[in-house]
Design a protein around this ligand. Structure first.
Ligand code: ADP
Ligand code: NI
Length: 199
């Protein structure tokens, strides 16, 4: 297994599939998540092969663009990684990351269990906040023809993924339903830094 070659091939594959998307899930989102994940992953001494593959494939077939099918991403990832002759244990780990990376509702706990998964998830969440996060939200809202603002539609703290994925709320509500909650969900960023401080 030539890891460098596999990462290069995966970069090309994902870039080719996602370049040009205008709904906030484009190649350059993936590129930023990849680079930030590498930065965090090194500090956390994570398995970097898993981190890089997880970051590159994390939005390859997002449920929001696949009729709510939350297994589409891991299925496409598995097919690709098998083709690349990646070891089964690594495939399982990467597919677990792809399946669990997404936010699934304010009151739904993430099932991400591994350091590598949390690293990718944090990198993805960092790209969902700040100026880029705001821009992506309105790009997504436009692509999905969501109303930008409507004071008659209240923001909801979704209790289940079913509820969250079927919502047609406004883009402004998305800030209250997800984006403003993310800062308290980011786990790994600063962990090593704090650990160094304590020691
Ligand atoms: P994550 O992988 O962090 O869970 P998502 O793939 O769910 O992120 O969403 C990525 C971005 O797409 C969000 O951060 C937001 O900018 C935009 N987005 C997703 N759902 C909505 C929505 N219902 N309304 C507006 N923007 C949305
Ligand atoms: Ni993403």
């Amino acid at each position: 297994m030539n890891k460098i070659k596999i990462i290069k091939n995966t970069e090309k594959y994902v870039k080719n599939k996602m370049l040009g998307d205008s709904a906030g899930h484009d190649w350059w989102h993936v590129y930023r998540v990849w680079k930030v994940a590498v930065h965090i992953g090194k500090q956390e001494k994570a398995n970097m092969f898993v981190v890089e593959l997880g970051a590159l494939l994390h939005d390859i077939a997002d449920f929001k663009f696949n009729n709510g099918d939350e297994t589409a991403g891991s299925r496409v990832s598995r097919e690709w990684l098998e083709e690349q002759k990646v070891d089964e244990a690594i495939i399982k780990h990467v597919c677990d990351i792809v399946e669990n990376v997404s936010f699934k509702g304010a009151k739904v706990k993430s099932k991400m269990k591994t350091t590598e998964g949390m690293v990718v998830q944090d990198a993805d969440r960092l790209d969902a906040i700040g100026a880029i996060g705001i821009a992506r939200t309105f790009a997504y809202g436009g692509a999905k023809e969501l109303e930008m603002y409507n004071p008659e539609i209240r923001a909801v703290r979704h209790k289940s993924f079913e509820e969250y994925k079927n919502t047609r709320g406004t883009s402004i509500n998305h800030f209250y339903e997800k984006l403003l909650l993310l800062k308290d969900l980011i786990i790994m960023v600063g962990k090593s830094w704090t650990r160094n401080l304590v020691q």
